[in-house]
Design a protein around this ligand. Structure first.
Ligand code: SAM
Length: 204
């Protein structure tokens, strides 16, 4: 069965587009089959973008699991002075996110495969609609890898559906040493704010 998180989706390309309308932003984004939510901007993604505080104006920012780029492009629009890293395992999504950023003239978006990000980069914030469906162990590994790269005063915002385990994820993050609180709750979605782990360096 095809998954949206395959590295090279075999599903035939079926180009489409969606419109992202936020109070401060109106973007038309190209989409394609073989990636997450190509028919419309995901409701969780929209709730995240409607509830997060403004991103830091400068530095390196991260959209973990960028898909075709609604989160990365919103970050870049709201923080034009920052470098926004948009990373994904799905190469079709990475390419499309890069194309969407070019079309929106957001030239500080760096859309790259997860393994092509320079490991020394540290992020002032991370915004993510994380890929829960890859399974708990893989998701924990992914979050450990990237949350460890927050700057010491950095903060991440994650949107997670309640029925996909937002409460247990919050508990797990706190147990791992990342102070995590729920900052918003809308429909079945929860927004988790995760602070950098005090005094602990990157896992790898
Ligand atoms: C729920 S989707 C969100 C996509 C996009 N940010 C949006 O809001 O439409 C999660 C994304 O994470 C990607 N992903 C899966 N495993 C990953 C990993 N290990 N590292 C980074 N991204 C991953 C998937 O390919 C997918 O694009």
């Amino acid at each position: 069965m095809a998954h949206y998180f395959e590295e090279r989706p075999e599903t035939a390309s079926r180009p489409g587009s969606v419109t992202l309308v936020l109070p401060d932003l109106h973007l038309k984004l190209e989409t394609d089959s073989g990636m997450f939510s190509p028919e419309r901007v995901d409701q969780g993604t929209r709730i995240l973008l409607e509830t997060v505080p403004p991103p830091p104006a400068e530095g390196d920012l991260l959209d973990l699991g960028c898909g075709y780029g609604p989160i990365a492009l919103t970050m870049a629009s709201r923080a034009p002075g920052a470098t926004v890293w948009a990373v994904d395992v799905n190469r079709r999504a990475v390419e499309l996110c890069a194309r969407n950023a070019r079309a929106a003239a957001l030239d500080k978006v760096r859309s790259v495969h997860v393994d092509e990000v320079p490991p020394e980069v540290r992020y002032a914030t991370i915004w993510s609609n994380p890929a829960i469906r890859i399974g708990k162990a893989a998701m924990h590994e992914m979050l450990t890898r990237w949350l460890s790269r927050l700057t010491p005063d950095g903060t991440a915002y994650l949107v997670v559906q309640k029925h996909l385990g937002s409460d247990s994820l919050q508990r797990w993050l706190n147990e791992q040493g990342w102070p995590t609180a729920r900052t918003a709750s809308r429909s079945s979605y929860r927004i988790l704010r995760v602070e950098a782990r005090p005094g602990v360096g990157p896992a790898r």
